[in-house]
Design a protein around this ligand. Structure first.
Ligand SMILES: Cc1cc2nc3c(=O)[nH]c(=O)nc-3n(C[C@H](O)[C@H](O)[C@H](O)COP(=O)(O)O)c2cc1C
Length: 365
């Protein structure tokens, strides 16, 4: 676990997102840097998640006569100052001693919200207590024992979460060669916030994503009927095809998260920005479409919204923020994104982010 605490952030310069990335990485051991930055297999998807954003060009209009644009939006009734939420990344204690407590406090102070991981360093209740408004969505892996799954859903409900995010692309961990090369296993202390020693449920469940037991993945029917018993809306995270997006909605999902887990699961799949448009068309407004994987700057957010996303998640960017300077670093990430998004919107001449049209971007041939 990291030795970094909230008290030693003075003097760190955080003027751009890449400066925050570099500052954050400097605080981490090499093996943790590789764990955070790395992807699966030959890291083709990891690279594509970035290079495909570079294939999208903006198409600005001048003299629009529009007032200064607003970056605000809402998602499932939750107000967001910018269409950016933090992704559920587990093992957060590796990056800063306050992990998702710092992320949630930054989200609350900034005016957005986050998805709190099941396999995090702190419990769902601790994060909700640290920032009640920003601990909005609780993440779960639908696998293993049904009783344990139900118990975790109940805890999110009782702790005041307003929605759930179901991670569907992780029935077994991706083939991550840096684990092999570094002889690396995740320290149980950074993933067991929800399952401390002596808890009713042992932490086997938290580690399931790392130590699969060869059980078959659940079906849409099982997941949908189970979640229908609870009052919270849920998003299906890890969807990469229109077919799966429609299956998720038919199973009762309120919306989908187009994600390839930041290139950490199945290597060789499409980038999410490439997968987005056909999924958004198929969903056709039946629910929100969120995108993650590869967001590194404000212009990426604007491109994703123009291609049909309602909001995006940031995983590594938020981790770099807390690694660099805890809550302050995560807040600075959000504020830099906001300022860049505003600049891009003004220069695009399109008005508010919620009015962005498809013609604002084009794909390079
Ligand atoms: C260190 C790390 C741990 C992660 N742990 C989880 C997790 O426990 N559950 C989950 O749904 N996604 C997890 N993810 C994936 C993120 O939620 C998100 O999909 C991904 O980070 C987005 O890509 P980006 O990092 O390029 O923004 C993790 C990602 C990272 C980098």
């Amino acid at each position: 676990m990291t030795s970094r605490t909230t008290s030693n952030h003075e003097g760190i310069r955080l003027r751009t997102l890449s400066e925050i990335e570099q500052a954050g990485l400097r605080t981490l051991d090499r093996v943790i840097v590789e764990y955070l930055q790395g992807g699966a297999g030959a890291e083709l998807t990891l690279a594509r998640n970035r290079s495909d954003f570079d294939r999208i060009r903006f198409v600005p209009r001048v003299m629009s006569g529009r007032p200064y644009p607003s970056t605000a939006t809402t998602l499932l009734g939750v107000d967001l100052r910018i269409p950016v939420m933090t992704a559920p990344f587990g093992s957060d204690g590796y990056f800063h001693a306050d992990g998702h407590l710092a992320v949630a406090r930054a989200n609350e102070r900034f005016g957005t919200c986050g998805i709190v991981p099941e396999a995090g360093t702190f419990s769902a209740e601790q994060v909700a207590e640290a920032a009640p408004k920003a601990a909005t969505f609780g993440q779960l892996h639908p696998m293993g024992s049904e009783a344990n799954f139900r118990s975790m859903v109940r805890r999110y409900v009782d702790a005041g979460y307003r929605g759930l995010v179901l991670t569907l692309d992780c029935p077994t961990p991706g083939w991550r060669e840096h684990f092999l090369l570094n002889d690396f296993t995740v320290d149980s202390r950074v993933v067991s916030g929800n399952y401390p020693p002596g808890a009713e449920i042992d932490m086997e469940r938290a580690l399931e994503q790392l130590n699969p037991r060869g059980e078959p993945p659940w079906s849409w029917d099982k997941l949908g009927s189970l979640l229908a018993e609870y009052p919270l809306p849920w998003l299906a995270k890890g969807v990469l095809t229109p077919e799966d997006a429609l299956a998720a909605l038919d199973a009762g999902a309120a919306g989908v998260v187009v994600s390839n887990h930041g290139g950490r699961q199945l290597d060789g799949v499409r980038s999410t920005i490439e997968a987005l448009e056909p999924i958004a068309s198929a969903v056709g407004g039946r629910g929100p479409v969120v995108l993650d994987s590869g967001i590194r700057r404000g212009s990426d957010v604007v491109k994703a919204i123009a291609l049909g996303a309602d909001a995006v998640l940031i995983g590594r960017l938020a981790a770099y923020g807390i690694a660099a300077a805890g809550e302050h670093g995560a807040h600075q990430v959000l504020d830099l994104l906001r300022r860049e998004i505003e600049t891009v919107l003004v220069l695009l001449g399109r008005g508010d982010i919620t009015d962005l049209d498809r013609a604002a971007v084009e794909w390079e041939e």
